[in-house]
Design a protein around this ligand. Structure first.
Ligand code: ATP
Ligand code: MG
Length: 575
């Protein structure tokens, strides 16, 4: 490709709207442009990287025995009503009616559609296992689209769905997908970790998320420094504390004036106590009904754990208005005594004595509050976020809590969808059975952003070779010089004919501008044809990642580049 003909609008300035480096660089390097909130156009460079990731995904999915198909994006409401998700899915599902008043939605995911397809077309155990996938644009009306390709409303996903005859077979498929995912992300040059994830209300099942470690990740993950334990925050268990050998004597309940002291920091400083002597009372709406959740002052409620403990579909932290108007309580001074709503407690709270809590009265806290004597709880369990001072639930080793970007998610679904949609097959005894399903997603477009978060410097992107839009950028440093231009053109022809993705910067621009743009767009190898070629028949090759340069005779340049590309590729897992 000739740069002079390419739509590649690079920007000198960092766009103010972009907070994280991948978003900034994708805009500056001319990979994407925003149409409207969370919706982006892929310019030629962006599309090339997207297609390279898709190709790796395809190869590995096919290798693992999955088959590609392409499902409709518009989905009829009645399918979603059958699965029960038409109501449950929430406002991320973009619903609309067509001219015949038929309710429809834009596909955020395709469990319903694929299950419908399979129930109509697959009837016998002899046709199983079946693993189907597609690479397609999804639409989710995200409440807070942000960070460019990281969290879009429209984004490209690989979604796969497996159908097996029984749990054991589904387990084999799941493990195959887990291996395929590890290969996919390694081949994309992403450093990734599989972590255990929450399976929500579909009990007894299994799920892993694939996390690219990066400081800008939206998720925090919990990893053990001593063993292989790794989980996301929703899943990372905090085992119950050992029961105290002797409980301290219950002291007399005291009211203390705490004017204006609301937060844990304020109250502990004001009373001269530590946060672990205080209990935080958090009001949530669980499927719309208020519930109070108690955690120790130095802990935070994990909403998914709360949701699972309560066995509800949705929990939402109550705002100040709800607390005042619906619950008739005082934000900042909440406590468990005298509440009429259900009270649930983290199991760390269950071993506390003489706690400090709010008094459910403006400017007042209570001291020496005791469970049993002063209030009761309806349920206790693991409700809180793990912290770096907790120890590993598997080996008691030290935990770390790095941040990560979720690029993939695999999930053993069991029979929840096949039962809801009555998708069945005849087993080898002629008995009707629901398919045992799994689903497997990859955020293909999000992977571009994740790769940049992991691979960049002050000058721009440093693409891993397998997903770089071009492998080589060839700079003609003197486009007005006929001899140099002929040399550059010939090398470009040779590289292209040898199957190397080459971008030829033939623009009438100063070398400095070409160097800057080449660094910004992150092409792994840069070849420079300039004065040196005119004087000594030599070209210079520079590696984007290491900055290493070497000078070679033009005659051997193509061979040298091919060899360098091979060397870089063998450093990465083989295709
Ligand atoms: P998240 O927790 O980030 O919202 P999710 O659990 O909703 O993700 P899945 O439904 O498992 O995501 O989707 C499969 C994959 O699609 C995710 O692992 C992620 O990489 C990608 N993905 C999900 N939502 C978005 C989005 N809004 N923009 C870009 N990629 C996304
Ligand atoms: Mg989501």
């Amino acid at each position: 490709m000739r740069y002079s003909q390419l739509l590649l609008p690079t920007l000198k300035e960092t766009p103010a709207e972009a907070e994280i480096v991948s978003h900034q660089l994708l805009l500056r390097a001319g990979f994407i442009r925003k149409l409207t909130a969370g919706i982006y156009a892929y310019l030629p460079l962006g599309l090339r990287t997207l297609r390279k990731i898709e190709a790796i995904v395809r190869e590995e999915m096919n290798r693992a025995g999955a088959q590609e198909l392409l499902l409709p994006m518009v989905q009829p409401a009645d399918l979603w009503q059958e699965s029960g998700r038409w109501e449950k899915y929430g406002p991320e599902l973009l619903r609309f009616v067509d001219r015949h008043q038929r309710a429809s939605c834009l596909g955020p995911t395709h469990e319903e559609v694929i299950t419908d397809l399979v129930r109509m077309n697959v009837h016998s155990y002899k046709e199983l296992p079946l693993n189907l996938y597609q690479i397609q644009t999804k639409f989710r009306d995200e409440i807070r689209p942000r960070f460019g390709l990281m969290r879009g409303r429209e984004f490209v996903m690989k979604d796969g769905y497996s159908f097996d005859a029984d749990e054991a077979a589904a387990g084999i498929t799941y493990n195959k997908m887990k291996e395929a995912y590890s290969r996919i992300f390694a081949r994309c040059g992403l450093s990734c970790r599989a972590v255990e994830a929450d399976t929500g209300t579909i009990g007894g099942n299994f799920s892993h998320e694939f996390m690219v470690l990066a400081a800008t990740g939206e998720d925090t993950i919990v990893v053990c420094t001593a063993c292989d334990y790794a989980a996301n925050m929703e899943k990372a268990t905090c085992p119950p504390p050992a029961p105290a050998a002797t409980l301290p004597a219950m002291l007399e309940l005291e009211r203390i004036a705490t004017p204006g002291q609301k937060t844990v920091e304020e109250v502990t400083a004001f009373l001269g106590i530590t946060p672990d002597q205080l209990v935080k009372t958090m009001i949530y709406l669980a499927d719309g009904k208020p519930v109070a959740a108690l955690v120790r002052g130095d802990h935070e409620v994990q909403p998914v754990k709360l949701k699972n403990l309560l066995g509800v579909v949705d929990v939402e932290l109550a705002g100040e208005d709800t607390i005042r108007k619906i619950c008739d309580l005082v934000p900042g001074y909440l406590g468990p005594i005298g509440l009429t709503m259900p009270v649930v407690a983290d199991h760390q709270v269950m071993v506390m004595a003489n706690m400090v809590t709010g008094a459910n009265q403006e400017d007042v806290h209570l001291k020496n509050v005791n469970l049993g004597r002063d209030f009761t709880v309806s349920q206790a369990g693991d409700l809180r976020m793990a912290t770096a001072v907790d120890s590993c639930p598997q080996c008691h080793g030290r935990l770390e809590l790095p941040r990560g970007i979720e690029v993939g998610h695999i999930f053993k679904l069991g029979t929840s969808y096949s039962e809801a949609l009555q998708a069945t097959f005849l087993d080898d005894h002629g008995k009707r059975q629901p398919f045992v399903m799994g689903c497997y997603g990859i955020g293909v477009s999000r992977c571009i952003a994740a790769a940049i978060e992991q691979n960049h410097d002050d000058n721009g992107i440093i693409f891993p070779l397998p997903i770089a839009p071009f492998q080589v950028i060839l700079l003609n440093l003197s486009p007005k010089d006929v001899e140099i231009s002929r040399g550059a053109d010939n090398l470009y022809e040779e590289l292209t004919s040898r199957g190397i993705d080459t971008l030829h910067d033939d623009r009438n621009e100063r070398p400095g501008i070409k160097f800057k743009d080449a660094d910004l767009i992150g092409i792994p190898l840069r070849v420079m044809v300039g004065k040196r070629f005119a004087e000594a028949g030599e070209v210079e090759i520079k590696q984007r990642a290491s900055g290493d340069t070497q000078v070679l005779p033009m005659a051997g340049a193509a061979d040298a580049l091919v060899a360098m590309l091979d060397r870089i590729m063998t450093g990465a897992p083989k295709a």
